[in-house]
Design a protein around this ligand. Structure first.
Ligand code: ARG
Length: 558
């Protein structure tokens, strides 16, 4: 919190120059703030460790900073407990769901989800949606103006494959529901057929060409089937509560991309190599970037050149973020470098994440052994329904359904964001549901516990709280966490790591549970009870806020 920072800065001001280095240590037991002394070493001609030791002798604690400790090359500051309790709890009580939010002027476009039509929407796509929507929520909470964009792959070889197989082998079938999913199956079948008989590839290529030439028969089929996939996707987005402000399609940037590619050739930034157009990025150790095929047809890259520019031109953004699979890392480096060579030097970032697999093995939509988002969801819904029904036989069907849906989504979404972006997610159905594990439902449960305590206690007023009564370790731990909520959000954005927010929510839920087990809330001591109820109220507010940013519903009962 700013006020604590100000207090520490007041003490430090006379002794050091660069106050911006003051940081919140990741390990909260190391104090509320830490000041690194490395940069002073050169000027003072002393080791950072010695500098920290000298400084600790010179700076004296006061009413608000109760302790200062030299720890290696760092100077660690501890805020006075009762001062902290008062500031943190009154601020949360006052600001409620706005606690930790900020104001900001920057405008950012975040592109996420980007599935391909004619293919399946699997659990790898789910990870993308969860990372993207959390990032967007946190950015907005911190005051950024955000444009949530989708970019759907509705043209290309995968479409040709799918349509070829559909027409050749399934022309007579009647499909009525989940048509997009059906197309995805056809796509996988196409791959298998081509694998068994590579000569069939020739047929697919011909269809690809016909599609690019907009030959009526194929063009119409493309238009019709494209809608099948889009309808499925939209249903999923609605279910996941992941809205978009704008949806780009690969088909609409293709022409522009071809123009840009030719322009690059004219300007000498790109070269012709055996008929194809490419940008030689060898001197930047980025290899060769192919931007147009030798038959003049477009590539993935062709379209991205146009898309990148469109985002800045149309929306006048300061920054553009792409949430895309880590396998495209080199590709995006090449893309950004090419744009830079064109004179288009903008703030662009690729948030790369690893794939999702199940304990029983990996998946590839080409091979058709993917786990669809919808099938995994339906499987989990059944499990959650069974357990929730047992716990709440008195509930009406409507309430049961809504709660089951919220728990299912919490279980799935939390797994998708709780790991570092660079870690593979091995989605374990049972583990994701564990009410005692590091899961979404566990955090929801902590929130519901707060609600139930507050309801029972029926707290009416919170005036004249004696904050000094909150002195147990479990209480201090909670206070420390509450105080660093805003910092967690800032770090989440700074490092593009929704996992930081998920971990924070877990830690707060754990701290609440520890507190609940060691400290009696409802007690004879009315003053103590009042202070503890306020503490729980604040935990509830922050848990609800964090869950909402993670696009997870904070339940009051479960
Ligand atoms: N649709 C692509 C795929 O499934 C991802 C698109 C990512 N965004 C981009 N601007 N290239 O691989």
């Amino acid at each position: 919190m700013q006020i604590f920072r100000d207090e520490v800065e007041k003490l430090l001001k006379k002794h050091v120059k660069d106050l911006s280095l003051l940081e919140v240590p990741p390990d909260r037991s190391l104090g509320d703030f830490a000041y690194p002394c490395f940069h002073l070493a050169k000027e003072l001609k002393k080791s950072p460790v010695m500098i920290a030791q000298d400084l600790v002798k010179q700076i004296k604690p006061n009413k608000t900073i109760e302790k200062i400790v030299a720890n290696g090359s760092y100077l660690n500051f501890f805020i006075d407990k009762s001062f902290k309790a008062k500031e943190v709890l009154s601020t949360i009580f006052k600001e409620k769901e706005k606690y930790g939010s900020q104001k900001n002027k920057q405008k950012i476009i975040v592109e996420y989800s980007q599935p391909n039509t004619h293919k399946e929407f699997h659990i790898g796509h789910l990870r993308n949606v969860c990372l993207g929507s959390t990032l967007i929520n946190v950015l907005r909470y911190l005051g950024y103006q955000v444009i949530a964009a989708n970019y759907i792959g509705d043209i290309g070889n995968h479409v040709a494959k799918s349509l070829w197989c559909l027409k050749k082998y399934h022309a007579k079938e009647k499909i009525t529901t989940r048509k997009g999913e059906y197309l995805g199956k056809i796509y996988a079948e196409a791959n298998k057929r081509i694998e068994d008989d590579p000569e069939l590839k020739e047929e697919v290529d011909q269809i690809h060409k016909k599609l690019e030439d907009k030959e009526k028969e194929w063009y119409d089929l493309w238009k019709e089937t494209r809608e099948w996939s889009l309808a499925d996707f939209n249903e999923i987005y609605k279910y996941l509560n992941a809205p978009f402000d704008i949806c780009f399609y690969e088909s609409e940037v293709e022409e522009e991309g071809k123009k840009i590619s030719n322009l690059l050739l004219e300007k000498g930034i790109a070269i012709k190599d055996q008929g194809a157009i490419l940008v030689d990025l060898d001197e930047y150790k980025l290899g060769k970037f192919l931007i147009l095929k030798k038959d003049g047809t477009s590539l993935y890259s062709t379209k991205d050149l146009a898309l990148a520019m469109r985002k800045f031109d149309e929306f006048n953004v300061d920054k553009s973020i792409y949430v895309v699979d880590a396998r495209q890392k080199l590709y995006f480096q090449q893309l950004f470098k090419t744009l830079e060579l064109m004179g288009f030097k903008k703030d662009m970032f690729h948030l790369a994440y690893e794939f999702v697999t199940l304990p029983e093995g990996a998946m590839a939509s080409r091979k058709g052994n993917v786990v669809l988002f919808t099938s995994l969801r339906d499987e989990i819904l059944v499990k959650v329904m069974e357990e929730t029904r047992k716990r709440h036989q008195e509930w009406e069907e409507e309430k049961l359904d809504a709660t089951v849906k919220a728990i299912t989504l919490a279980a799935m979404k939390f797994e998708m964001v709780k790991y570092e972006n660079t870690n593979v997610v091995v989605f374990d159905r049972d583990q994701a549901l564990n009410l005692e594990g590091e899961t979404g439902p566990y955090v929801q449960y902590a929130h519901a516990r707060c609600c139930s305590i507050l309801k029972k206690a029926n707290m009416k007023t919170v005036s004249k709280v004696d904050f000094s009564l909150l002195k147990e370790d479990q209480e201090s731990k909670i206070l420390k966490l509450l105080a660093t909520y805003e910092n967690t959000l800032t770090e989440t954005i700074k490092h593009y790591k929704p996992s930081l927010l998920a971990r924070y929510a877990l830690e707060l839920a754990q701290a609440l549970n520890e507190f609940y087990h060691y400290c009696k809330v409802v007690s004879e001591d009315k003053e103590l009870m009042k202070a503890r109820l306020l503490l729980i109220f604040c935990v509830k507010e922050v848990l609800a806020s964090a869950l909402q940013l993670l696009v997870i519903e904070p339940l009051e009962e479960m």
